[in-house]
Write a protein that binds this ligand. Structure first.
Ligand code: PEP
Ligand code: MG
Length: 602
């Protein structure tokens, strides 16, 4: 009997399309027997436990070494969290105490203690801490294997190119995936911020997570389509679905090859108006993708990721090395290092920041830094020291008004004074900018412009604050409208204020990477657009296909319109005229998305 095609919707965490056979990876907990032991067995059990901890430590150090070679030191450091679990005195003492009290074999006692730990972590309402329970599970599995002597199944020896399906994947499973054989993965649980998702993106393996119980429904060897762009998995695809996905994959490849020709060209319109097209990064290793996609520099380096996934604060030296490395790699282009933007949806568990009712309106970014000068100054010192490369700029996030900006500049001046006193070299002329991402900053941009060298508009936040629409709440996602007339007016106001004050103005929010919106932004007169690295070729293509006078006219027209829909229609119309190939690709994706929705609801 022929099985029917079925599609499942999850969370897209790493883009790309993979078509292939499924490899079911059993990542479930191993069952451990419960065996009573005698008083005399206790020292032997404790010694076995210690040996297993040492062996596991050796294994993890080995994994770290492999990852440093395969990826880089930064990724390898993710496993510091695993090492910390192994060295956790409280955990080790609890195991020994229970061993002595309950007198059962050590693997059983260890598993019970770990279960308790994981339960506590998974109940905490904090994405980061929740994810830590998967680190603990990962380490404990290794310890158990070392105690029982069973060998752990791994993913490096797949018989052919396959898509891995699992209930969950640990960061170590993912990091060691052999890219040639694992062409994608799907998991039942997971989130965009998990280490596993971060690894998948870095390794450029398409991935969909959060698929509920899919791994238990799949059969080893059956064919699936993994659509990492839309977060969809299609099981037993029909001939026509397969054909259309293969066609899409082919079209994307052909189109990307065409775009690749633009790599070394500038973002210049047909009539010679040139802007800077740069890219956003989260970690130094993202530079590879920035260069590969032909971006001219880094318009936003989100440094808060540097503080995450660790239990201590980065040292001045660590900051310095990271900034220096990025600056060296993007030379002769610039890198804009944004100072710590903690809060909102980005937390550090170990800093004990109190929980807030409205974290996006709370103690975040520059507000936090101006109170925690100990943390802020370390970063400023490092940025200044790295600025001797002459291609580093510094930028403050979440500036809401003049007082804050003046205060931040004063702290910077103090830090410069300290460095001068110590005889430490830095670039005294380092350009300093402010992100304009709060309506109050946009409305007072003329005042702020007198105190900085540039602005960068952060639309991700500017849209949520001006429209009162939480940027991470999927329920009201339809109200999050970049083309809303209010948003465009604020952007126009910021550009005019900047140019009036003779400073340049860019945009590093996601809006800059939207092909239709980019036409309006170009016409409004932005001097720089900074997008995700993969969006750069498309945006460059659009800019090179249009006359500046035409987009200026478009900008004038849309500013007089009253609805986001009308504005979008106008921009898409122009996009269709100047880049029909690109619009076809986007339309096909939208069509497929609609068709999938119909199939699901029908
Ligand atoms: C923004 O708000 O547009 C921005 C670029 O910053 P982030 O997304 O990091 O808040
Ligand atoms: Mg922001």
């Amino acid at each position: 009997m022929k099985t029917k095609e079925k599609s499942y919707k999850g969370i897209a965490v790493s883009p790309g399309i993979a078509i292939g056979k499924v490899f079911i990876f059993d990542s479930s907990e191993d069952s451990v027997v419960q065996r009573p032991i005698s008083e005399e067995d206790l020292p032997k059990e404790i010694a076995r436990f210690e040996d297993a901890l040492i062996a596991t430590r050796r294994e993890i150090l080995n994994i770290q070494r492999q990852i440093s070679q395969k990826l880089d030191v930064e990724h390898a450091q993710i496993f510091n969290a695993h090492l910390m679990v192994l060295e956790d005195r409280a955990l080790i003492e609890e195991v020994i105490k229970r061993l002595e009290k309950d007198q059962y074999n050590v693997e059983y006692v260890f598993q019970q203690v770990i279960k308790k730990y994981c339960e506590i972590f998974s109940q905490i309402n904090d994405e980061y801490l929740k994810e830590r329970s998967s680190d603990i599970r990962d380490v404990s599995r290794r310890v158990l294997h070392n105690l029982t002597g069973k060998k752990r199944e791994d993913l490096v020896h797949l018989p052919e190119e396959m898509i891995v399906a699992a209930y969950d994947l640990s960061p170590s499973d993912t990091a060691l995936m052999h890219k040639e054989r694992v062409i994608g993965f799907v998991t039942d649980i997971g989130s965009k911020t998990s280490h596993t998702a971060i690894m998948a993106r870095s390794l450029e393996i398409p991935a969909v997570v959060g698929l509920h119980d899919l791994s238990s429904r799949l059969k080893m060897g059956e064919t699936i389509i993994l659509d990492g762009n839309r977060g969809v998995v299609i099981v037993n695809p029909s001939k026509s679905t397969l054909a259309s996905y293969k066609q899409e994959r082919q079209k994307v490849v052909v189109f990307e090859n065409k775009l690749a020709v633009l790599k070394d060209l500038t973002a210049k319109t047909l009539d010679g108006h040139e802007i800077t097209l740069s890219a956003n990064i989260e970690m130094p290793e993202d530079i590879h993708s920035v260069l590969e996609h032909g971006a001219h520099g880094v318009g936003l380096y989100r440094t808060e990721f540097f503080y995450m996934n660790r239990s201590d604060l980065p040292t001045e030296e660590e900051h310095f090395k990271a900034y220096q490395e990025v600056a060296k790699k993007v030379w002769p282009h610039d890198v804009i290092v944004r100072t710590l933007d903690l809060g909102g949806d980005k937390f550090l568990s170990h800093l004990e920041i109190p929980r807030e009712m409205n974290p996006f309106l709370g103690w975040r970014a520059i507000r936090f830094c101006l109170e925690r000068l100990d943390i802020f100054k370390v970063q400023l010192r490092a940025i200044l020291r790295a600025s001797t490369s002459r291609n580093i700029k510094l930028m403050y996030p979440m500036i809401s008004g003049l007082d804050e900006l003046i205060r931040a500049n004063e702290v910077l001046k103090d830090v410069k004074g300290e460095l001068k006193k110590e005889g430490v070299p830095f670039n005294d002329q380092v350009e300093v900018g402010a992100m304009i991402e709060i309506p109050s900053a946009a409305l007072t941009a003329d005042v702020l412009a007198k105190h900085v060298d540039f602005f960068s508009i952060g639309t991700n936040d500017l849209i949520q604050y001006s429209l009162a629409v939480d940027r991470v709440n999927e329920k009201i996602a339809h109200l999050y409208q970049p083309a809303h007339p209010a948003v465009l007016r604020l952007i126009q106001m910021v550009i005019e204020a900047a140019h009036e004050a003779d400073i340049w103005v860019g945009m590093c929010g996601e809006m800059a990477g939207d092909p239709a919106m980019a036409l309006i932004l170009l016409g409004l007169g932005l001097d720089e657009l900074s997008t995700s690295p993969s969006a750069v070729p498309e945006i460059k293509k659009i800019i090179r296909s249009v006359h500046f006078s035409v987009v200026q006219q478009l900008a004038r027209e849309v500013l007089s319109l009253t609805s986001a829909q009308e504005i979008e229609r106008k921009a898409v119309k122009l996009l269709t005229e100047i880049a029909p190939e690109l619009i076809m690709l986007h339309q096909e994706r939208a069509k497929r998305r609609k068709a999938l929705k119909r199939k699901k609801t029908g």
